[in-house]
Design a protein around this ligand. Sequence first.
Ligand code: 13P
Length: 287
Amino acid sequence: MLTSATEMLQKARAGKYAVGQFNINNLEWTKAILLTAQELNSPVILGVSEGAGKYMTGFETVAAMVAAMDKSLGITVPVALHLDHGSYEGCYKCIKAGFTSIMFDGSHFPIDENVAKTTELVNVAHGLGLSIEAEVGAIGGEEDGVIGKGECADPDECKQIADLGVDFLAAGIGNIHGVYPANWEGLSFETLEAINKKVGDMPLVLHGGTGIPDDMITKAISLGVAKINVNTECQLVFAEATRKYIEAGKDQQGKGFDPRKLLAPGFEAIKAKVKEKMELFGSVNKA
Ligand code: 13P
């Protein structure tokens, strides 16, 4: 059942669990995540980056695929179709295409410009019944081989953006996208606690969910994180399962080259990973 992410995240925040945002890349990804959510009776958020949207030939294709799949698979758990790290223009494209939720990533703008653009998009999104996420403090990652510690957001800036009426807020707390380097210093719970105090009961979003140790995830949830984004981990298990299938020569046995067979191990690997995360996040049976 397609819906905005507002209610599911308010419930998660109040119930001290988190809803997973799993990024999608194609039909297999979408089907694996939707079926797992339904099997576990869990709410779920399908994340679509601008790059993945382009890869799938545009946000309209994505929205049409997700809506049709949700219906044809008989999905009854709440599902939000969410733009991940959207640009200003990307937000408008997704609103038009029929997404139920958007993220405006204005973290690279000076705070005044982030405020102005976020305010405008909050009004447009809410007028149409969509939920909206904003970001303060850029989430780090690997750039030109240099791996940095993720930035930590300023709690006062978080409060300023939260007060604009966004439904959930991504705040950097030392998290980064992709695999964490061996010398990663971990999440800054000091920052998270300070932000949580400032923003009241606003659901907080933890990006870069791949590879964060389980105990840190649990602690982050206890401090107000109600949405956790996972992307790279699903890609890694999909690639590993596919590689094993091919290295075992299974694509050359019988009709093993049939894409429905070739992609099946990766599909099952995504299902298992999503199940593991939903259990860890505590969203099972919370639909
Ligand atoms: P990972 O790829 O590190 O799991 O991060 C996902 C994410 O935060 C998407 O916005």
